[in-house]
Design a protein around this ligand. Structure first.
Ligand SMILES: NC(=O)c1ccc[n+]([C@@H]2O[C@H](COP(=O)([O-])OP(=O)(O)OC[C@H]3O[C@@H](n4cnc5c(N)ncnc54)[C@H](OP(=O)(O)O)[C@@H]3O)[C@@H](O)[C@H]2O)c1
Length: 324
């Protein structure tokens, strides 16, 4: 009897995890990859401010040839000056609105073939949908989603035909509000969730060209964009989002760049983001069998944590509504 229990315990504690580990090692797709950035062309949209500017700084100091695109030429010039002061390196500037496909195409043609495209531009105006003008909803959809399509459509043909056949990357800046819906972000969350569908399907379409898609999920990050957004947040959004705290743009850029270089499909920026990534893994691709193992083992417990979080948020909303 003791022998049977021991054999059962042995199977449960050692053989089962090892078998699962081996099985996941064999099936995870796409396979792990490294995307070098040194001496390669990194093109960053929204590179004149916040996370995009921090990315431009770090990519330049790691030896990449960097181009940045945004609307305001003054902000672009300021960014160029700041990057030159910090790194001694000049970045190329492109003033264009991502909503204007022809302007984006001209910028991409002028910039030359891109090895790493970071689609980072984004606008966020928090408000309950009922109170938000449809013009503002359309603005967020146009910049965050259509702008991303415009950039990728303009850059992809030359990325596919790049002379240098090293792995290339397309990275999209989503948000934790693109992993979980949050009060006051109905329109913004929709645009950021949409990037996930775009990224998952696109990865399948470009894998044969050795192009690797990364989807970055920053939490609140100290940037001019967030400072502006904070002045408009509904009270309930402030209470719910306050639990997360804000990261520095440099830290987010570092995590993002590492994720891009490792070819990670999902890039989390902090420990909360790591848990969110596991809890929302769904059918997304996973290159790391270690992460796949964690996702499988932690799924049940994280579902309980997710339900607890929802309970907490709904209790806050209920209390707030009663108080009003
Ligand atoms: N900060 C956060 O808390 C946070 C959290 C999660 C995710 N994110 C995401 O991270 C990304 C960067 O955010 P951030 O906080 O760094 O923003 P930010 O400081 O406001 O910078 C936004 C950048 O995008 C450019 N941009 C805006 N609209 C554009 C357009 N139509 N065409 C071209 N460029 C445009 C801006 O320059 P111009 O205005 O001159 O065009 C600027 O360079 C966004 O996608 C955002 O959704 C931010």
């Amino acid at each position: 009897m003791a022998d049977t229990s021991f054999a059962y315990l042995w199977f449960l504690l050692f053989l089962l995890p090892i078998a699962l580990f081996l099985f996941l090692y064999l099936i995870v797709r796409p396979r792990p990859v490294n995307v070098p950035i040194k001496n390669r062309h990194v093109f960053i949209t929204g590179g004149s401010s916040g996370i995009g500017l921090a990315l431009a700084h770090q990519a330049a100091s790691q030896g990449a040839r960097v181009s940045i695109l945004s609307r305001s030429l003054d902000k672009l010039e300021e960014a160029k000056h700041a990057i030159r002061l910090a790194t001694g390196i000049d970045v190329a500037l492109f003033a264009a609105d991502v909503r204007d496909y022809n302007a984006v195409q001209r910028a991409v043609d002028e910039a030359g073939p891109i090895d790493v495209l970071i689609v980072n531009q984004g606008v966020f105006i928090p408000q309950e949908l009922e109170k938000q003008d449809l013009d503002q909803v359309r603005f967020m959809v146009d910049v965050n989603l259509m702008g991303s399509f415009n950039m990728i459509k303009a850059a992809l043909p030359k990325m596919k035909n790049r002379a240098n056949r090293e792995p290339a990357s397309i990275a999209l800046m989503s948000s934790q509000a693109g992993q979980v819906g949050i009060y006051g972000y109905t329109a913004y969350s929709a645009t950021k969730f949409a990037l996930r569908g775009l990224a998952e399907a696109l990865q399948q379409e470009v894998i044969a060209e050795d192009i690797h898609v990364s989807l970055i999920f920053p939490p609140d990050t100290e940037t001019p964009g967030l400072a502006e957004e904070n002045t408009k947040r509904p009270e309930l959004t402030k209470i719910i989002a306050a639990s997360s705290g804000a990261m520095k743009a440099d830290e987010v850029a570092k995590k993002a760049l590492n994720g891009i270089k490792n070819g990670s499909f999902i890039v989390a920026c902090n420990s909360e983001g790591f848990l969110l990534a596991i809890a929302t893994a769904g059918l997304s691709p996973q290159r790391s069998f270690l992460m796949a193992f964690i996702e499988v083992v932690a799924a049940g417990v994280l579902r309980i944590a997710a339900l607890y979080t929802q309970w907490n948020w709904y209790s806050i909303i209920e209390k707030h509504t009663k108080k009003k």
